[in-house]
Write a new protein. Sequence first.
Length: 135
Amino acid sequence: MTQDDIVEMSALGASPGRADDDISRIRQVRIARGVQNRELAASMGVSPARISVLERDERRGAVTLKMMQKAAAALGCDFVYTLMPKNRLSPERTQSRQQSKPRIQLDASQLGDTEQQRQMLQQAYAHRLRRSTQD
């Protein structure tokens, strides 16, 4: 999100870090960019009614990651999904976890069909496993 995007969102009274309770993040960005419901629907290949459902589902916490990714792409945005630990792990615990399991990191643009995902995960796992045994 650029500084201009944050300014646009702030002008709408929206917080750039989270969706307000009464308006979905998708709707906030859609309005800030001047995109009509039917335009977003056409970009995503769904009906305008589906956009209304999508925005409502997001407010309820029932939207899928796949639909969020699709909406973000149609709105010219990056979709970032992350988990942030509330408490830091001790260095010893972090190090032992890193040594015991290879970590795999994929961005949403790498996701495709199920078979492609499986192959990519296997390749990434094998690569990380080789690297962890070499260290």
